[in-house]
Design a protein around this ligand. Structure first.
Ligand code: GDP
Length: 326
């Protein structure tokens, strides 16, 4: 019998990488999708025929219960969320419904339908926010700085609670920023690599950004979904920081991305104060020692290589789109 996994958020960056990873491990992969008038399957188009997709919603408890009863998975990966921080300031309540309470709804469904299901919660390094220590590890105090960060902190603790209260095999992966050519274009790395491609090909001249001094610990999404899977294969559930241990500024990222295309970012980047956040997280850097020692997990892609790969992928895509148009 094939192992069966259910992924919420399967149409997102991590969902697509995890689906591919699990298919390669011969899993039967099910994905939860939200009904919408416009379909958003481009990240999983190449896998579509290998996946079973089901409509359900993190806001609707009964839909989650029915989904688990129908699929009866062995593993559930909760990757769905409202994950863009500026939107979380504009829609804090909706963000809390999806990103915080949504986790409880999935856990309640697990408790009701099959308490043996192994559960992975995608927590974010944004829970550390204005961290007082560096690097951040599993013991670091949470000081989130956005409705998104606060919602992810709730999601983390409710997963821990269901583990302690009901003995559910629930793991929380505290994931630092992770990127790839499939990253949403609203996030700063992909926004940049997409703009670099468009500038290089003469389709755009300028890129507007906010805080260039922010520093992040940026890794490759493909490495991070492997860590999620590893957590669910252990004898006991636990929480792990997943990070590269290196931090870089937005400015350094610009140097690498524009430099790779033979461009100078100072000639193209304009600061727009509207893109500054009400409160920003200035710097994050993770300590993934526990994941390294217990899971044997290590990141495989270094930061400059990650950004260059994203630029190359965007150059190829934009070139093709321009060619298709005429
Ligand atoms: P986050 O860590 O989840 O907020 O990931 P993002 O990629 O959205 O942002 C990373 C950092 O880049 C934050 O500190 C942002 O303030 C900074 N940043 C600077 N300019 C921009 C921009 O135009 N868009 C985004 N998304 N972030 C920006």
């Amino acid at each position: 019998m094939k192992r069966r996994a259910l992924i919420t958020g399967i149409t997102g960056q991590d969902g697509a990488y995890l689906a591919e990873f699990l298919l390669a491990k011969d899993y039967e992969v099910h994905g939860m999708v939200r009904r919408s008038s416009t379909e958003n399957f481009e990240r999983i188009e190449h896998l579509h025929h290998l996946l079973a997709l089901h409509q359900a919603d993190l806001l609707d408890q009964l839909s989650l219960i029915n989904l688990l009863q129908e699929v009866r998975p062995r593993e559930v990966y909760n990757l769905a969320a409202q994950s863009f921080i500026p939107t979380s300031f504009q829609q804090p309540l909706l963000t809390g419904e999806f990103t915080a309470l949504g986790v409880t709804r999935v856990l309640e469904a697990i408790r009701l339908v099959d308490a043996e299901i192994r559960f992975f919660q995608a927590t974010s390094s944004e829970v550390f926010g204005n961290a007082r220590e560096e690097p951040q590890n599993e013991q670091t105090y949470f000081r989130p700085r956005s409705p998104y960060g606060a919602s992810k902190a709730y999601g983390h603790w409710i997963a821990v609670n269901y583990r302690e209260s009901y003995r559910i095999f629930a793991c929380s992966g505290i994931m630092f920023n992770h990127e790839s050519p499939l990253r949403g274009k609203e996030f700063v790395t992909r926004k940049t690599t997409d703009a670099v491609a468009r500038i290089k090909l003469g389709l755009q001249t300028e890129l507007t950004l906010g805080n260039l001094d922010a520093m992040r610990d940026w890794g490759f999404a493909g490495d991070y979904v492997r860590a999620a899977w590893l957590m669910l294969q252990q004898d006991a559930p636990d929480d792990y920081v997943i990070a590269t241990g290196e931090k870089h500024s937005v400015r350094e990222m610009l140097d690498i991305a524009f430099g790779h295309a033979g461009l100078n970012w100072q000639e193209h980047v304009r600061i727009d104060p509207k893109l500054l956040r009400p409160a920003d997280v200035n710097t994050l850097r993770g300590d993934a020692r526990k994941a390294r020692e217990i899971l044997g997990w290590r990141p495989t892609v270094a930061f400059p290589e990650l950004i260059r790969t994203m630029v190359d992928a965007d150059l190829e895509r934009v070139r093709k789109e321009a060619g298709d148009r005429g």
